[in-house]
Ligand binder design. Structure first.
Ligand SMILES: Nc1ncnc2c1ncn2[C@@H]1O[C@H](COP(=O)(O)OP(=O)(O)O)[C@@H](O)[C@H]1O
Ligand SMILES: [Mg+2]
Length: 311
């Protein structure tokens, strides 16, 4: 049974008293997250990622559709108890120390006394802030604040962790530290739901991703599934491709790039690559090698968003 299961979740925000404005933030979003995986929800700003997580945690109510977490309907107390949440752009009172911040959140989860203290201290250590516990958080860097936020989200030993843009504003070293931490948590069995507009981040750690644009899921799959569907091939020739050959190939393919002895050809269908090879041979040119090129998820994502804009 998936740990998170949504069916046609839809959210329409209505705002403005005089002129009622409607924003469809989510349209029929159906997603399942399996236990123990890192699931990345990717999309540009305004795609609906934050709204999706807020609905799962009953901070925002859906207009339509259904969702279950741990087999429980939205709003069940068990969901809050077993979930950790790092909100987007979170702010803690800057006069508190890191340790006090965690103690405050621990108390909200019903912890107290030595259990609370030990938990807060061990989490500070886990996120690499052991020596910063007694320092006021106004002196923390953005990366340190995000790591503190992660510790906060772990105070109740959650089975699933919802992270909304956890690496936003964090420098590359800090981002790597956060990624490593998430991998450690996955190894311990925690399920992680990660919202991000930073594709390279998600690509590096997610088991599966969903791409969300303007409230709609455009694609769901493993990173490998999504990156290997572009049908782009690199062809090495034994001599420089003539302009005449390129003119013959161009009308048959989606895209033709490359220089001199290397052609990069994007085809519509895998079989079209045979036609391209035939044309090359007809010119008396020998194909030395041909290999499929995997585009990064980022390339694929940009392509999807651009093609979606023309709709
Ligand atoms: N409280 C709200 N009232 C009205 N519109 C909102 C509200 N929250 C978000 N929106 C709109 O819903 C859309 C999705 O927003 P959001 O879920 O924050 O996307 P993301 O997290 O992917 O950037 C955006 O167009 C945003 O302006
Ligand atoms: Mg957001």
């Amino acid at each position: 049974m998936p740990i998170v299961h949504t069916q046609q979740l839809t959210k329409i925000y209505r705002s403005g008293f005089v002129k009622r404005k409607e924003v469809a933030a989510l349209k029929d979003v159906s997603i399942s997250v399996e236990r123990g995986e890192i699931f990345g929800l990717l999309g540009p700003n305004g795609a609906g990622k934050t709204t999706f997580v807020k609905i799962l945690l009953s901070i925002v109510f859906p207009t339509k559709g259904q969702a279950e977490i741990f087999g429980q309907k939205l709003g069940a107390l068990e969901i809050r108890e077993k979930s950790g949440y790092l909100p987007e752009n979170h702010r803690y009172p800057s006069f508190l120390t890191g340790l006090q911040t965690l103690q405050l959140f621990g108390q909200l989860h019903g912890l107290n006394g030595s259990v609370l203290n030990d938990k807060a201290k061990s989490l500070l250590e886990l996120v690499g802030l052991k020596d910063w516990g007694k320092v006021k958080i106004k002196r923390y860097s953005k990366g340190m604040l995000q790591r503190l936020g992660l510790a906060q989200a772990l105070m109740n030993d959650p089975e699933i962790l919802f992270l909304d843009e956890p690496t936003d504003g964090v420098d590359p070293v800090g981002r790597k530290e956060i990624r490593d931490l998430l991998k450690d948590l996955r190894a311990k069995g925690t399920t992680i739901f990660l919202n991000s507009h930073m594709l390279s981040e998600v690509e590096a750690i997610s088991d599966r991703v969903a791409i969300l644009n303007k409230g709609e899921v455009l694609k769901i799959g493993t990173v490998a599934d999504i990156t290997s569907t572009k049908l782009e091939y690199e062809i090495q020739l034994d001599q420089i491709a003539s302009g005449q050959l390129c003119e013959k190939i161009r009308p048959l393919v989606r895209e033709l790039k490359g220089n001199e002895k290397t052609l990069i050809v994007a085809v519509h269908d895998k079989n079209d690559i045979h036609t391209v090879q035939d044309l090359i041979r007809q010119e008396g040119i020998f194909v030395e090698s041909m290999s499929p090129r995997k585009s990064s998820l980022e390339d694929y994502f940009i392509q999807l968003i651009q093609s979606g804009e023309g709709k």
